[in-house]
Design a protein around this ligand. Structure first.
Ligand SMILES: [Zn+2]
Length: 300
């Protein structure tokens, strides 16, 4: 990425390896929609002369403790600083500041390079199992784990009804993750026939086709006006958050793993948000409980 709206090839020095780091050489790379949004929509602001890419299966060139040269490893899109306070509190994505756990093609050069640098490599790399093909494993860097992270953010529990908005690879993996967590109903919003077929394979129970009308109305109709316990946003635009809130039960939760388009703000519907206010209350209580548990442990 040379600047917003402009791409090209660029020569850079081979990165320098620190004591906790690794230098890697790509075997298989995958471009992400985020790369496209970063360049063509300027979704994270201006970046100049930055190497794109954050999905790679690689060979280790300069090693660390658990990885030697020639090892084939998976590099995740998110590579936190594990010593940061935010990481220790469980917010790996935000280690060192908002979104700072996402480094490749955001705050540092990405993986579409001959060589690239991985921080905290012992904690951030994973060995590629011998029976897994690199071109399959590259889907683990972002698509699979981001979908699963949406499930974690929405805190899907056994028996929940879940709506997944978006039927790309991340949405499909959110369906798979919700299914693994024991959701009873999984409504998947999408229309592309091959993705609808895949969603069925991963465990959706109902397809909500936005071409057949308002998705909120369709979800409410299917749930007898109750709404769903959890919504995972893995697609859509600046209006999607509003739809997610409107189809949610009181006390439900939304897990968002989407850029939500572009622009400065997202919309939150006033009346329905009052219902969701309950979440904030219960979240505060549980955070306080967590905090006092931590303090008790510290003083014991
Ligand atoms: Zn990505």
């Amino acid at each position: 990425m040379l600047s917003i709206g402009k791409t090209g090839w660029i020569e850079k020095e081979k990165p320098v390896c620190g004591s906790l780091d690794a230098i890697c050489r790509p075997i298989v790379l995958a471009p992400c929609t985020s790369d496209v949004h970063t360049v063509w929509a300027g979704a994270i602001g201006e970046r100049q002369n930055m190497i794109l890419g954050h999905e790679a299966v690689v060979e280790v060139v300069e090693p660390v403790k658990d990885f030697k040269p020639g090892d084939r490893v998976i590099v995740p899109a998110i590579t936190p600083d594990w010593g940061a306070l935010e990481s220790q509190a469980g917010y790996l994505m935000h280690s060192g500041g908002m979104l700072c756990g996402w480094k490749f093609s955001n705050f540092k050069d990405g993986v579409f390079a001959e060589y690239f640098h991985v921080n905290h490599a012992d904690a951030n790399l994973a060995h590629l199992p011998e029976n897994v093909k690199p071109e399959n494993a590259v889907m683990l860097c972002d698509m699979v784990v981001t979908g699963f992270h949406g499930v974690e953010l929405a805190d899907v529990k056994f028996g929940d009804s879940v709506c997944v908005i978006g039927i790309g690879p991340v949405g499909l993996m959110a369906v798979a993750g919700a299914n693994k967590r024991g959701a009873s109903y999984i409504y998947e919003v999408g229309s592309r026939p091959n993705c609808v077929e895949a969603a069925k394979y991963y465990g959706e129970t109902d397809i909500i086709n936005y071409k057949n009308g308002d998705i909120v109305e369709q979800v409410l109709e299917k749930t007898k006006n109750k709404g769903v316990d959890r919504v995972i946003i893995a697609g859509g635009d600046v209006n999607t958050f509003e739809q997610a809130i409107k189809m949610l039960k009181p006390g439900g939760a939304v897990g968002n793993v989407n850029y939500l388009g572009e622009g400065e703000y997202i919309k939150i519907p006033r009346i329905e948000w009052v219902l969701v206010w309950d979440i904030k209350q219960s979240m505060q209580v549980s955070l306080q409980e967590e905090d006092s548990r931590w303090k008790r442990w510290l003083h014991s």
